[in-house]
Write a protein that binds this ligand. Structure first.
Ligand SMILES: Nc1ncnc2c1ncn2[C@@H]1O[C@H](COP(=O)(O)OP(=O)(O)O)[C@@H](O)[C@H]1O
Ligand SMILES: [Mg+2]
Length: 115
């Protein structure tokens, strides 16, 4: 499991959301990666800051079997992704759920403008 976590300062309400989202996503990756034991298995977590507009971005990807179509089409989120979606919408962020090498979820939450 590789982590690339930048040292970012965010408002507490965002740090709470980021923590919950992080936990749901790595729990999913751990679960679905481990359920399929063929080939190399990796989980990558990247947390960084974006400018223009200012935002914090958390991305969790794995090289497991990938999401079933109902998830990619957002028709059938389970509890975890529903919680993620609701936190993202509460903070007016964006959620991207896609298959690349495996599953990848990218959450972007806007940061308050500094001045
Ligand atoms: N990393 C992943 N790789 C493959 N499928 C995934 C992954 N994460 C989630 N899924 C699929 O999306 C579904 C919904 O996930 P989630 O909303 O977290 O619910 P739960 O984990 O309780 O099943 C899972 O049941 C699984 O089918
Ligand atoms: Mg889950």
């Amino acid at each position: 499991m590789s982590h690339k976590l930048e040292d970012i300062t965010v408002p507490v309400r965002l740090s709470v959301a980021i923590g919950i989202v992080y936990n749901e996503l790595i729990t999913n990756s751990a679960k679905y990666v481990l359920s399929d034991n063929t080939g190399p298995r990796e989980i990558d977590v990247i947390l960084d800051e974006r400018d223009d507009p200012p935002a914090v971005q958390l991305s969790v990807r794995d090289d497991g079997p990938g999401f079933p179509p109902a998830i990619v089409n957002r028709k059938q989120f389970g509890y975890g992704l529903t919680v993620v979606e609701s936190l993202v919408s509460q903070h007016e962020g964006t959620l991207v759920v896609e298959n690349t090498l495996g599953a990848r979820v990218t959450v972007t939450l806007p940061l308050p403008q500094t001045r």
